[in-house]
Design a protein. Structure first.
Length: 240
């Protein structure tokens, strides 16, 4: 079985579209959008529309992330998460919500997690939807492996960190995939998607860089009239 994984799109249409094109060219049995369609980028509505299209036409599944659930919470006047955000992220969220018309991602079918055989996929970790703990250290990875094993899974694939990581022990094997819309690895600021192949009870995961003009992307952000200079500089900083 081949599973294409595109994670942390964050309203960046160009790398999202390219990653989807690349995944289709390679072929897959299942496409997973591993959460966080929104915030940070300036293409929230085109990204929502492309997600809806690939769900309808390609059978893609959207797994909810914290920056998807955030907008559902705001629509229901739940602001506890929003109230804790730094000002520059809050500005991006407020602008994004206005562009979405306050109904995405409610109009997109969204799962909390997805599993097939011994493989579990969730946005952040295996600890349960709404727990957005980052898999940023060995302690978190080891706990994730233990929880996956306790839940009956040999493999776990997650996003949220915006950096690629891998961990394996006697309990389980954990993969964290990179971000399409906001890469954060200091040594490699390149958008990535991943292809999983599960064959003969063995899982392999290959990461693929996305051809992307980061300079053009940042130029569009800097020219945006509705965001403050400080916020635009923070958003561009992830690609420089």
């Amino acid at each position: 079985m081949r599973i294409a994984v595109i994670s942390d799109i964050h309203s960046a249409y160009a790398p999202f579209e390219q990653a989807l094109t690349d995944a289709k060219a390679q072929g897959f049995d299942q496409l997973i959008l591993l959460g966080d369609l929104f915030t940070y980028g300036i293409d929230p509505r085109p990204c929502a529309e492309l997600a809806a299209k690939t769900i309808a036409q390609d059978g893609a599944l959207l797994i909810g992330g914290n920056h998807d659930q955030l907008y559902i919470d705001l629509e229901h006047e739940e602001t506890s998460y929003f109230d804790r955000l730094p000002d520059w992220i809050g500005e991006s969220v407020t602008w994004t919500w206005e562009q979405l018309g306050k109904h995405w991602p409610d109009d997109l079918p969204m799962l909390q997690e997805w599993q097939t055989g011994p493989l579990l996929l969730a946005h952040a970790n295996p600890f349960g939807y709404g727990d957005w703990t980052y898999m940023s250290g060995d302690a978190e990875m080891a706990r994730a492996a233990l929880v996956c094993a306790q839940r009956g899974y040999r493999y776990g694939v997650f996003g949220h960190l915006h950096r690629s990581r891998h961990y394996a022990d006697n309990f389980a094997e954990i993969h964290v995939v990179g971000s399409v819309g906001q890469p954060r690895a200091s040594e490699d600021r390149v958008p990535q998607w991943a292809m999983i192949e599960y064959l003969n009870e063995k899982l392999t995961l290959v990461r693929h860089n996305v051809a992307f003009d980061a300079s053009a992307h940042c130029a569009q952000i800097q020219q945006h009239p509705d965001l403050s200079p400080g916020t635009k500089n923070r958003l561009c900083g992830f690609f420089e």
